[in-house]
Design a protein around this ligand. Structure first.
Ligand code: BEZ
Length: 402
């Protein structure tokens, strides 16, 4: 499929961003650029890495967690990846492709970074896919779960250390079908991630015999008052709810769910972003009993995670999150890949990414699949009180998605 016909199939905001990205590829002129910015040998000199995360908007706290995770790995490894001293150039993704695509283009064309790490929002990731594919500069997605970028629109140059939206939702479907005897209402932020997490959940939930009471999608980044949607849930007589929200939207949704009197009567489920990190601290007791699926919890009882949680707390003064782990792991795979690459451009680095093997992560060992996505376990988590705080206790491992 040609780049133009691929762009014409995207939803409008993503399409506009993709057109901008396509025109910047010509400016990038970077297909054969050297990995080593200093012109030094394979394991010497400085390397510039672009960190593209939200510094503003709904997902700004996620961006901060990712910066902390990436920096922790650097601090633990003398500020070097693959033997090269790293200079991190940070750019603001904002609330989506309108801000995230030009910011990524600047990292590549002006700052001349070797690779870009980050990207929180699925719509940004979809808008960036062609730019990185055509400019032959590696993009390591450390959050955005857009299904297609490691699926129908897979690129040699796009890799992911986080998850696929459909997998996180899909991991929860059979468990909810088993636990809930009546119907489930679906609700999510109205953009690629929300739609795909709901689609993933619906697929495995219905296949396991589950029934849907209704569904709704709330304008992304614009919904602060969820009362009309909560009224619709109550009216539907659903026995449970499945939701995707993250960042500030997750705080408002869970608090209002509780204030509206649904908590305790209509079991709330969701993908783990609903109760992750600072979001959970802000929700407090309102989140008690919420059940979610995710590939990480601070409560994972393994020596690797215990060590990571202590190190992260020491640096950031708060517990880590899945977002921090995903960025930490992105640094870990770059460390291995840069050490194994000859320094002769993006093609060489992506070849090395294909050979990194098992990653010893705080979430548990994982490796890249042939689709450049993470092959990993998912856990059923439940919000519980623990030592005066609320945590995502691990209930059990869920069936492997996909
Ligand atoms: C996404 O847009 O892919 C996303 C954003 C926040 C949390 C999880 C996924």
């Amino acid at each position: 499929m040609s780049v133009l016909s691929a762009i014409s199939r995207l939803p409008r905001p993503t399409r506009t961003a993709a057109i901008l990205a396509a025109s910047a590829v010509a400016l990038a002129g970077c297909g054969g650029s050297s990995l080593d910015q200093s012109g030094g040998g394979q394991s010497s000199g400085e390397i510039k890495i672009g960190l593209l995360v939200p510094l503003s908007g709904v997902y700004a706290p996620i961006g901060q967690d990712m910066r902390n995770g990436f920096q922790l790995y650097l601090d633990q490894h003398g500020g070097k990846l693959g033997g090269r001293t790293v200079k991190v150039v940070t750019a603001d993704e904002g609330d989506g492709p309108q801000t995230g695509v030009p910011a990524a283009q600047k990292l590549v064309t002006q700052d001349q970074v070797t690779t870009v790490v980050g990207v929180v929002n699925s719509a940004t990731a979809l808008g960036l896919r062609d730019f990185f594919d055509e400019s032959k500069r590696p993009l390591l997605v450390a959050n955005a779960g857009a299904d297609d970028i490691t699926g129908a629109r897979q690129s040699d140059y796009v890799w992911r250390t986080s998850f696929t939206n459909g997998d996180v939702g899909g991991a929860l479907g059979p468990a909810v079908a088993d636990e809930v005897k009546g119907e489930v209402y679906l609700i999510a932020a109205d953009y690629a991630a929300g739609r795909e997490m709901v689609a993933g959940f619906r697929k495995t939930f219905v296949a396991a015999g589950g029934k849907i009471a209704g569904e709704d999608y709330t304008p992304f980044g614009k919904t602060q008052d969820f009362q009309p949607y909560l009224s619709a849930i109550r009216k539907s007589d659903a026995d449970a709810v499945f939701a995707f929200y993250a960042g500030a939207e997750a705080v408002n949704f869970v608090k209002q769910y509780n204030e509206f009197g649904l908590a305790g009567k209509t079991q709330l489920y969701g993908t783990g972003f609903l109760t992750e990190g600072g979001v959970l601290a802000a929700q407090g007791q309102a989140a008690l009993g919420v059940r979610t699926s995710l590939h990480y919890s601070t409560e994972l009882d393994t020596p690797r995670n215990t060590e990571f949680v202590a190190a992260y707390r020491g640096k950031a003064g708060k517990p880590p999150t899945a977002y921090a782990v995903q960025a930490y792991d992105a640094a870990a795979v770059l460390d291995k890949a840069l050490a194994a690459s000859s320094g002769k451009g993006g093609a060489d680095l992506v070849k090395a990414l294909g050979g990194v093997g098992a990653v010893d992560s705080p979430r548990g060992p994982w490796s890249f699949g042939a689709d450049h996505n993470v092959q990993q376990k998912y856990y059923l988590r439940e919000v519980e009180s623990s030592g005066g705080a609320v945590v995502n206790a691990v209930v059990r491992e869920l069936e492997q998605a996909g």
